[in-house]
Design a protein around this ligand. Sequence first.
Ligand code: NAD
Length: 491
Amino acid sequence: MRESLQFYIDGAWVEPAAPKRWEVINPATEQPAGVIALGDQTDVDRAVAAAKKAFRSFSRTSRQERIEMFESIIAAYRPRRKDLAEAITDEMGAPAEIAENLHALIGQIHLKTAMTVLKDYKFEQQRGTTWLMHEPIGVCALITPWNWPINQIAAKVSPALACGCTMVLKASEYSPFSAQIWTEIMHAAGVPAGVFNMVHGDGPTVGAALSSHPDIDMVSFTGSTRAGIEVARNAAPTIKRVHQELGGKSANIILADADIAAAVTAGVKSVAHNSGQSCNAPTRMLVPASKMAEAIVAARAAAEGIMVGDPKAGVEVGPVVSKVQFDKIQGLIEKGMAEGATLVAGGPGRPDGIDKGYFVRPTVFADVKNDMTIAREEIFGPVLSILGYADIEDALEIANDTPYGLAGYIQGTDPEVIAEVASRMRAGQIIINQAHPDPMAPFGGYKQSGNGREWGDHAFEGFLEVKAMLGHPPRGTQEAVARTEALEPAK
Ligand SMILES: NC(=O)c1ccc[n+]([C@@H]2O[C@H](COP(=O)([O-])OP(=O)(O)OC[C@H]3O[C@@H](n4cnc5c(N)ncnc54)[C@H](O)[C@@H]3O)[C@@H](O)[C@H]2O)c1
């Protein structure tokens, strides 16, 4: 049994103010994975006070000091990758190999990316007689979900530290053990006391206390649209900056000139990956109506070929995170059948031969209409909807007919057509022909998928305020002016 019964505040592990506990269930076994303490307002006040105090000095550290801090964090992170992976498998069910080589690896990539960006980031800029300074925004609340637990923690903590902010992390109560190890890494790396703090808790208590706290300057939230709205509401009276990474229902347009079977197979696997628990999963596959029959054959073969099972037994897909998610997904699969979509693979219940754990059958529906529930709601399970389109105008109409706008996918061969389609999809990231992830590419949504961007240099913008100084640069900045001008390209 894992235990995480203390919080990390002001550089030390401390007891919670009140004895409140939460049992974390291993979704593959339905048995307890461990127990954590749940915090309350008093714990939040204490953590925020520590972060506020530390901000005074940390916000004034030099670029070089912060680069050295990143070097220490990365050195402390590497030997803990396996521990992180094991915790992630126990708490949210990711297959062991994926937990280590994707989930845990991505954390290291975000750290390295932030350090690389930090080396050359222009925090200061002279424009005419005005001097612009990009300063750390202040004390940040970082609220993260369970689906890519370390990715989301790293994608927030790394740029926040690089920009000179201090912070309080509240990870999901469903994935607290990876957050505990992350915190141990911060401590081992010697991150100064109060700069990084961690309090476990649930959304309505600790999440709400952070979102409404008068001494928090900015909230970076990743999670459901429902909770994202709550966070923004709670933050409004104190005019906090709120950065939201929310849900998605991304379209995957398979153009007529694509290799249909290959594109469909890749699309099915992509939706099932991480048990369908990725906000940017390509869950609405759009195929030319004339190719629907061909797509169905390929999709059925791909879905039925996916190995689902014990995440420690070399499978491709493990369980979904919790009974609540399992039941929600089952309900949506039933709904798809009731609303008249064609069930091509999978369906309700667990995969054959599995009688416990929150395992879902990789499910594909074809002949889906865009007004059906399964095409509109984020299912967050391995469930794909295939929709037919008449022509490219129709495909774009369907793709953009969603309240979300996180990602869009295109498969095809004609670069002109791809460019046209990509420019007309209303989404923050367009992935063409299964391009590899790019840690420098901004990640974030249009419309109800959120605001702001994470990853790479764009992530810094969320953690900075801009100050304009009009007139000659004040004393002490002259050297910085010369340095910045030296970096400008020759005119
Ligand atoms: N756009 C993205 O980058 C992205 C990435 C991953 C997940 N997601 C979304 O996250 C959702 C799944 O994650 P989840 O179920 O953990 O989401 P969730 O919204 O239930 O929880 C996310 C986090 O918010 C906290 N929380 C819940 N209610 C809160 C409240 N009222 N105030 C403050 N905090 C609160 C939770 O404790 C958790 O830490 C999906 O909808 C998915 O699309 C989005």
